[in-house]
Design a protein around this ligand. Structure first.
Ligand SMILES: Nc1ncnc2c1ncn2[C@@H]1O[C@H](COP(=O)(O)OP(=O)(O)OP(=O)(O)O)[C@@H](O)[C@H]1O
Length: 237
């Protein structure tokens, strides 16, 4: 089943001309898509627009068949679309636990269970629950940012610049979590500068150049032969 469906999504900043044009992207439950492309090609703009942090300039975004209103981040989260932004957007003075609690639903008794389930993915955070987020290591902060997203039980999880500033060993511990989140039924979209890393975790790669999709391919076939990717990046397609 399709979890995320963007149709003709056009996006940009302020009153300037759009930097993402007519983006058609569908991601199925259980699928991981790597959104790739050179610097400035519109990857972050695409994710923040899907998440309602930027108003759309055109087109639609749907989660599980429900259309999300443009520029409405709350509606996106309520529909099940959760973004882990590149700056991680943690409350740095609040503890790990408080950051997780703030993301959990206010009503009902499921908060503790949801937090426990999210932390089960990142055992390293268990002993860091009372530490201010700003005092965590970079890797721990990224784990907390993802755990906080998982507390919101996303149907669609978007991750921007997954490995930025992280040691390879930390990244290697995070990638299997994304696979298990997808295996549990979520659609996952990652933006990741390191091509090999992106292809190692993704099922499918979508390449944006100048805000338009120029290549869509199976991640494993691209990993085996990068020629189409190199051509796309170099603008030879
Ligand atoms: N806040 C902003 N205000 C105005 N223009 C912006 C803003 N953020 C990004 N842009 C412009 O939008 C275009 C797309 O940028 P975006 O950050 O989405 O690309 P990206 O593919 O994520 O790049 P990178 O890989 O370098 O992060 C670029 O031309 C960029 O200069």
């Amino acid at each position: 089943m399709t979890a995320l469906h963007c149709e003709g999504m056009t996006a940009g900043h302020g009153t300037g001309s759009p930097c993402v044009r007519d983006l058609d992207l569908s991601v199925s439950e259980g699928e991981i898509v790597a959104l790739m492309g050179p610097n400035g090609s519109g990857k972050t703009t695409s994710l923040t627009t899907m998440a309602g942090l930027l108003p759309r300039k055109g087109g639609s975004v749907s989660v599980g068949g429900h259309r999300i209103r443009s520029g409405n981040a709350r509606a996106a989260v309520q529909a099940g679309l959760v973004l882990v932004p590149d700056d991680r957007a943690l409350f740095r003075r609040l503890t790990t636990e408080q950051n997780l609690r703030l993301a959990a639903p206010r009503r009902g008794h499921r908060s503790k269970e949801l937090i426990d389930n999210a932390i089960d993915h990142f055992p390293a955070l268990r002993s860091r629950m009372k530490v201010a987020a700003g005092d965590l290591s970079g890797g721990e902060q990224q784990m907390l940012a993802i755990a906080r997203a998982l507390v919101q039980t996303p149907k669609v999880l978007l991750l921007d610049e997954l490995s930025m500033g992280l040691a390879p060993i930390v990244v290697e511990s995070i990638l299997p979590v994304l696979r298990s989140v997808a295996d549990a039924g979520a659609a996952v979209v990652i933006v990741e500068q390191h091509v090999h890393l992106a292809l190692s975790v993704a099922d499918r790669a979508v390449v944006l150049v100048h805000g338009q999709i120029v290549l869509e391919a199976d991640a494993s076939s691209l990993a085996a032969d990068m020629t189409p990717l190199e051509r796309a990046y170099l603008g030879q397609d």
